[in-house]
Design a binder for this molecule. Structure first.
Ligand code: BG6
Length: 322
């Protein structure tokens, strides 16, 4: 996946030396997924690709179920954004605000990351908390010269992913970003989304301030930005994906399939490409849309007061998966 073998060997040596003291992290290098870190501790397991700092898998040992959807046709060529898992969209979300030809969702998801640190906490000789810090190799691109970012992935009885950005320059920087998580669901037609209650802008119809559905079900393509009226970055929002019958069989026992807690965001993005768009994407199976739902903790330009980082300001965007 990494084209330069010397660079790859150096990277591997550096990673090996950082994880040598850790018992819950190993390097996993496969033809299929390239260079990854595999974490396993008392409470769960996770796989992080060094390309994009992209989380490919998270299993919580309380039920041994995979939480993330990863496309069977995802492309692992070290250039293409990986379809599924948790793409790190930074320092802009979606299209760039002023430059149409800049890549969708920024440049953090299409570059290699360096491992900075691994910290473990143990109880009775068992690792119960593993915190992995990574950083993208090149944060200075496309005119961004003074912002820096690190990605912190913490595996305990939950998986928490934080994007921590610092503005190291004198000028204020506008930042949009997203933790673009693809969640695995049994059947998109049989779920109800709870907690995405705020008004939304619809990217498909170009309408704004639509009311969130009372019962949030999925019967067609959705691409929505639910922004808060007032951004309080310390506010915690809980989102649940509930399993239920289809809309025609409402009398079914409901159970929570996924619970997500997010903070540091001004918007929650809800995306499912549905049938036609799935078919049009070469890295998604035709029916891929049936078993996934993106719930993205985001800062978007749609918010009333989009995120501005003044000199030396640090911002943390966080998503916790139960
Ligand atoms: C979502 C956007 O966040 O990501 C959608 O709201 C977009 O508009 C989707 O289609 C996937 O983006 P990409 O660049 O990974 O294909």
């Amino acid at each position: 996946m990494q084209s330069n073998p010397k660079h790859q060997a150096d990277m591997l040596n550096e990673i090996e030396s950082i994880i040598s003291e850790a018992s819950s992290v190993i390097v996993q290098h496969t033809q299929e997924q390239g260079l990854c870190l595999a974490i396993e501790n008392q409470y769960g397991s996770a796989v992080i690709s060094m390309f994009g700092g992209h989380i490919l898998s998270y299993v919580n040992k309380s039920d041994n179920k995979e939480r993330l959807w990863l496309s069977k046709l995802a492309i692992f060529d070290g250039k293409t954004p990986i379809r599924g898992g948790i793409p790190i969209c930074w320092p802009w979300f979606g299209s760039h605000a002023t430059q149409d030809d800049y890549p969708s969702h920024g440049y953090a998801r299409t570059q290699m990351y360096a491992l900075v640190q691994v910290e473990e906490t143990s109880d009775s000789n068992k690792v119960i908390n593993t915190k992995v810090t990574l950083r993208p190799f090149n944060t200075k691109q496309y005119g961004y010269s003074n912002i820096d970012m690190k990605l912190v992935v913490t595996l305990s009885d939950t998986l928490t992913v934080d994007i921590i950005t610092i503005n190291k320059g004198e000028e204020t920087v506008a930042l949009t970003q997203a933790l673009h998580a693809y969640f695995l669901v049994d059947n998109i037609s049989q779920i109800i989304l709870k907690g995405a209650n705020t008004l939304y802008d619809d990217k498909l119809t170009s309408t704004t301030n639509n009311d969130a559905p009372n019962e949030y079900r999925f019967t067609q393509e959705v691409d929505r930005i639910h922004a808060f009226q007032h951004a309080h970055y310390s506010r915690k929002q809980t989102i649940k994906i509930i399993k239920s019958g289809g809309s025609d069989s409402p009398v079914q026992p409901h159970s929570t399939m996924q619970r997500i807690e997010q903070s540091g965001h001004d918007s929650t993005v809800v995306w499912n490409p549905w049938k036609d768009k799935s078919k049009s994407m070469n890295d998604m199976e035709n029916n891929g849309y049936r078993t996934m739902l993106c719930i993205e903790a985001a800062n978007t330009a749609n918010a009333e007061h989009p995120l501005l980082l003044v000199a030396n300001q640090i911002h943390k965007l966080s998503q916790k998966i139960f």
